[in-house]
Design a protein around this ligand. Structure first.
Ligand code: PMP
Length: 404
């Protein structure tokens, strides 16, 4: 087993060697511009782009013509929300989303609010799920878009997208889904799920960084978007700019591999996740699972270790790449807005650690992490006066803390 161990696969993934292999000739041999119509370099590049488009379409059950390449899911989310807001301005000015979306949806929605769009941010329940009935109730005659993610990037919960899609169709409202964390991990079907726009990105499914896509429905209904990027009119005029051919080749190959291995990989990751969960929860007291226990993607485990700061834990575990629920880069050490939205309280939000298991993790690594986390939590709790008080039978809720 090699150190350090990478267990932060929601942040990004290692590129699959099969993906790299397929990309390489597109840097040095078939390096043409896919928009060059007059020579074989251009034709070869264009052919490769179309193969990529087909593979992307297949993994989400779409038509290749409905795939628009972007630089990543951040751009796809921006294009979906801003593109709809501008294009459908005459139809309405209201968007519905929810509080645990990725920043690239929430911050885009906030920016649109500045230009007069009204946005409803639906709450989630204690397990991180949005209620489809709340979506239904929020729709008005002015609603032009519903944007709800498939899989949450922190707690891994899977939103009831199919039900929301049905409601959107009934009411004739467009439905955008940020499926960045879901594609290649769980089944995605834009037809069955009633999705009109869908964002995804290669680097979350063992493909390269800097290449993403937006699915844009062409039939029932035909979705139109105002472009964010003006220029040569690439990608049906919705996203100008020379295509990233090697990136597209890699993204396509990553989708192809994911489709082949998805069932087996999901079962394996679920086993590893349950091994990790029971290994930690069986050995340590006061460990809490964040997010719905069953409606979550296989590779995700988000736990709060009471009386232990997530950040301190990661500092004590430098040879394992994990993620904590606190943004230590911010001046205020603000705990994650996703965990706060669950209502678990600020202390437990600060105590959270996200384990992101992926294709290249092994059982040996999981066992090593279990051992090291137990060791670290015990050591930190030994140093915690609060934990000592609790062990001595003090009810912290009854304690009156002096302010002076
Ligand atoms: N949406 C979700 C749910 C994500 O997890 C991420 C990546 N953290 C993004 C969007 C942004 O993707 P990209 O890095 O490709 O811009």
């Amino acid at each position: 087993m090699n150190l350090p161990i990478y267990m932060d696969n929601h942040s990004t993934t290692r590129v699959d060697p099969g993906v790299v292999e397929e990309m390489i000739p597109y840097f040095t041999v078939h390096f043409g511009n896919a928009a060059s119509r007059n020579h074989s370099f251009g034709w070869d590049a264009d052919k490769a782009v179309e193969v990529g488009r087909e593979r992307l379409a297949k993994i989400i059950h779409a038509d290749p013509k409905e795939i628009i390449f972007t630089s990543g899911a951040t751009e796809s989310n921006n294009l979906a929300l801003k593109g709809v807001a501008e294009m459908y301005a005459e139809k309405g000015d209201h968007i519905i989303t929810q509080v645990t979306e990725h920043r690239s949806v929430l911050d885009t929605a906030k920016r649109l609010e500045k230009s007069g769009i009204r946005v409803t941010y639906l709450p989630v329940d204690r397990e991180g799920l949005v209620d489809p009935e709340e979506v239904r109730k929020a729709i008005t005659d002015r609603t032009i878009l519903i944007s709800i993610m498939l899989v949450n990037n922190e707690i891994g919960v899977i939103q009831p997208v199919e039900e929301i899609g049905k409601i959107a169709k009934e009411r004739g409202v467009l439905f955008h889904c940020d499926a960045t964390q879901g594609v290649g991990k769980v089944k995605v079907d834009v037809q069955a799920m009633g999705i009109d726009l869908l964002s995804f990105t290669a680097h979350k499914l063992y493909g390269p960084k800097g290449i993403g896509a937006l699915y844009v429905r062409r039939k029932n209904p035909r979705v139109r978007l105002a472009p964010m990027m003006d220029g040569g009119g690439h990608e049906r005029g919705m996203r100008s700019g020379t295509l990233n051919v090697p990136g597209i080749v890699g993204f396509g190959k990553a989708c192809e591999i994911a489709m082949e291995v998805m069932d087996e990989e999901a079962a394996r990751l679920l086993r590893l996740r349950e091994r990790l969960r029971s290994g930690l929860m069986g050995a340590l007291e006061e460990v809490y699972l964040n997010g719905h226990p069953a409606k979550r993607m296989p590779g995700n485990l988000n736990l709060s270790f009471a009386y232990v700061e997530g950040e301190s834990m990661l500092m004590g575990l430098r040879e394992v790449a994990l993620s904590s629920g606190s943004a230590c880069t911010s001046a205020t050490l603000e705990p994650s807005y996703v965990l706060q939205a669950l209502g678990i309280g600020i202390e437990l939000a600060h105590s959270s650690v996200r384990f992101g298991l992926g294709r290249f993790n092994t059982e040996k690594e999981v066992d090593y992490v279990i051992g090291r986390v137990i060791e670290t939590v015990n050591r930190l709790r030994e140093m915690s006066p609060l934990y000592e008080m609790v062990k001595a039978g003090v009810d912290l809720k009854q304690v009156k803390w002096r302010k002076d």
